[in-house]
Design a protein around this ligand. Structure first.
Ligand SMILES: [Zn+2]
Length: 467
């Protein structure tokens, strides 16, 4: 059997339709190996289809721009050069004439390259999108191999171009986020005076946590890591979106939070709760968000530390000069009870009372317990502003734990950045990749591209109608 694939192009310029054969296929027999189109044939076919389509579009555009729109006379060609355009279906070279401007414009013998000025970006938005989407999920080298396997992209992609793409796109996402923040600030700066009670928002809390990424070019263990802050929203239906950034590179955290909340459809006057485990960097990050919301210390971390202390008390050897293990446990549980009801001061008094009963010189177990208890007291003191009435929140179905963001740290950071120990990153590049990766994980990257290139959304709709 002989199969030929032709494309027929009708333009407004030519009355006669042009027919080009783009593939000729031969098949014998009927078995799994010979049935239908092979991947190599499909790649070649798509490549040639793209070539023919772009040639036709370029020819039509050249015919249109070669005539003066004012007087209708033909413009003189000064010369030709080639534009290189990278698309999902291969790298193409497009003829781009340089034309003298018409005498009627009065601008002398100036020349212009109309196609070059129409085509400012030389990589198609869809190729940019695909490169970024895969690079957010897997290594740059693997991205090149996977895309080259299924699309006619041989010699089009390289790990270094993917890396540059990620950096450019990360910065583009950051600047569109900054624009949202400016808009949000305008909303929050509206004069007060409206006393409407805000509607309940669908975001129940925003969890904030930290992760570490290995620093490139560092061998010493101490300074070999940098911190990344990850946040995730928790919605009524249990779903949520993430954001992430390199802590030292964030100079406007309030703007980041304003933009994130706007994206999550939280209005400027709707209350938000931030939940975190109260670690030092995370606490600072949380305070950086200013008036965007109320900070709450994660209950799970408090309860876990108390449970750990209780286990240590149970392991203490008996001693006459000290109250019994049961009495010590009772004091600890009362402290926990105060914390549960949002009263850090009586809790701290009880914990300090407990520490006075202990003597580090008596046994190793007691010394360890005392050290751990003092650390816990410090933790509660540092976070006392964020200890709320957990019992009350719990009864009202409000979230009291940030565990939902811990899995987000794993998803956003660990799986891409620290999967293998030898993966090391420069902070600025990690920051860019984090912007792309969160957009991909949040399933927002495609809609960003459709905002930037509305023709993409239009072709999507046309496709759906045709289907
Ligand atoms: Zn003219």
């Amino acid at each position: 059997m002989q199969i030929s694939v032709q494309i027929v192009v009708r333009t407004e310029v030519d009355e006669q339709a042009s027919v080009t054969e783009i593939a000729h296929l031969e098949r014998e027999g009927f078995d799994a190996g010979s049935l239908g189109l092979h991947l190599d044939e499909a790649k070649a076919l798509l490549g040639r289809l793209q070539r023919s389509m772009i040639d036709a579009q370029a020819a039509e555009a050249i015919a249109r721009v070669s005539v003066c729109p004012q007087c209708g006379s033909r413009l003189t060609v000064k010369g030709h050069h080639r534009l290189v355009y990278r698309s999902v279906f291969g790298r193409l070279s497009i003829d781009s004439p340089r034309l003298y401007q018409c005498r009627c414009s009065g601008s002398g013998r100036r020349s212009v390259s109309p196609l070059a000025s129409c085509l400012r970006e030389r990589t198609s938005p869809e190729l940019q999108y695909l490169q970024a989407k895969f690079a957010a999920l897997m290594s740059y080298g693997l991205t090149v191999r996977v895309l080259g396997e299924v699309l006619p992209l041989e010699h089009v992609l390289a790990a270094t171009t993917i890396r540059r793409r990620v950096a450019t796109l990360g910065r583009r996402l950051e600047s569109s986020r900054a624009a949202v923040a400016v808009e949000q600030r305008r909303c929050t700066d509206l004069p007060a005076g409206r006393c409407n009670i805000p509607q309940h928002s669908i975001v129940r809390a925003v969890g904030i946590d930290g992760g570490y990424i290995r620093l490139a070019g560092h061998s010493s263990r101490q300074d070999g890591w940098f911190e990344v802050i990850v946040g995730k929203s928790l919605r009524d239906d249990g779903s949520g979106h993430s954001f992430a950034y390199v802590h030292t590179l964030e100079h406007a955290p309030v703007d980041r939070m304003l933009a994130f909340l706007a994206q999550e459809s939280v209005a400027a006057d709707q209350p938000v709760t931030f939940l975190s485990d109260g670690g030092d960097t995370v606490r600072r990050a949380q305070l950086d968000f200013g008036d965007c919301g109320d900070c709450v210390l994660d209950w799970f971390h408090v309860a876990m530390r108390v449970q750990n202390l209780e286990q240590m008390i149970k392991g203490l050897p008996d001693r006459d000069e000290r109250p019994s293990v049961d009495v010590l446990i009772d004091v600890l549980r009362r402290a926990k009870w105060h914390l549960w009801y949002g009263c850090p001061y009586p809790a701290l008094r009880r914990l300090e009372g407990l520490s006075w009963e202990l003597d580090a010189d008596c046994s190793l177990e007691e010394a360890k317990l005392l050290a751990r208890l003092e650390e816990f007291i410090g933790y509660i003191e540092n976070n006392q502003r964020f200890i709320v009435n957990y019992g009350d929140r719990y009864r009202h179905g409000e979230p009291i734990t940030s565990s939902f963001v811990e899995s987000a740290v794993n998803q956003v950071v660990s799986k891409r950045f620290v999967k293998r120990q030898q993966m090391a990153w420069r902070p600025a590049h990690a920051h860019d990749l984090l912007q792309v990766r969160t957009a991909v994980l949040n399933e927002q990257l495609r809609s960003r591209f459709e905002q930037w290139y509305p023709a993409l959304a239009a072709s999507n709709q046309a496709h759906h109608i045709a289907a």
